[in-house]
Design a protein around this ligand. Structure first.
Ligand SMILES: [Zn+2]
Length: 247
């Protein structure tokens, strides 16, 4: 809820629609945070493993860039594909519901009354609401879909902005573990990369904790620990595996 809107009595239909946009923007920020988090956690492991295993900044940079783009692509494509199949399933459900409203109007009318009763509206009032809604087919259908199926009447089939947000935020995240290797030799770049990654993790942890209303200290500590595990695990694996196989 927006406190500014509550204070102003002149509150138009547009304000109400904008409210929905504001919530969707919040969702975008959340995606950005999660994308960046993945972009920090996975690359720091890969970059540290290559650094430990090869000791070559060139190898680290090549692996880091490849991982960053592959990760971004897979995150973006994943978001795109899952969004599309979700919307397809939802559309099929909506079509079924529309068919039912058309073929069994009386049954669906009773259902509409029950849906309102379920929300605590008295039988009398629920019947009246359903009767009024019946005069407005579009609102009737929309109410049925939203209340009975719990989904939007027009599900987003193409979630391009979401897919881009995911991909780009992954790349932004991966800059932190990688950037130091462009300018410094391994022995300086490795600790610097860890410091930058931990710093970014702390920032992301604070934002994430604020967004999700979590305990700030705990959520940040968790993220930083996972980051250190990823980097440390990567470094140890990168050092051990080549030795194990006698490279
Ligand atoms: Zn129904």
């Amino acid at each position: 809820m927006n406190t500014k809107n509550q204070q102003s009595p002149a509150h138009t239909i547009e304000d109400v629609v904008n409210e929905k946009e504001r919530v969707s923007r919040l969702g975008r920020i959340r995606q950005f945070i999660f994308g960046t988090l993945d972009g920090l956690l996975v690359p720091v492991g890969v970059v540290s493993a290559v650094a430990g295993g090869t000791g070559s900044t060139k190898a680290v940079i090549i692996a880091g860039i490849a991982e960053s783009f592959a990760g971004a692509l897979s995150m973006g494509a994943g978001e795109f594909i899952s969004g599309r199949s979700e919307a397809q399933v939802q559309k099929a459900e909506i079509a079924k519901e529309m068919k039912a409203i058309h073929e069994y109007p009386e049954f669906e009318f009773q259902e509409m009354i029950e849906l309102f009763e379920h929300e605590g509206v008295s039988k009398e009032d629920a019947t009246q609401i359903a009767e009024i809604l019946q005069n407005y087919q579009q609102s009737y259908n929309k109410t049925m879909v939203e209340k009975e199926l719990g989904i939007e009447m027009q599900p987003d089939t193409v979630r391009l902005p979401e897919a881009f947000t995911m991909g780009i935020s992954y790349i932004i995240g991966s800059i932190f573990p990688l950037i130091a290797y462009f300018f410094f030799p391994i022995n300086i770049a490795f600790p610097l990369s860890l410091c930058l990654t931990v710093l970014a993790l702390i920032i992301v942890g604070i934002i994430k904790g604020k967004l999700a209303d979590l305990n700030l200290f705990r959520s940040t500590l968790e993220i930083v620990l996972v980051g250190i595990l990823s980097a440390g695990g990567g470094y140890i694996l990168g050092t051990l595996i080549p030795k194990l196989f006698g490279f």
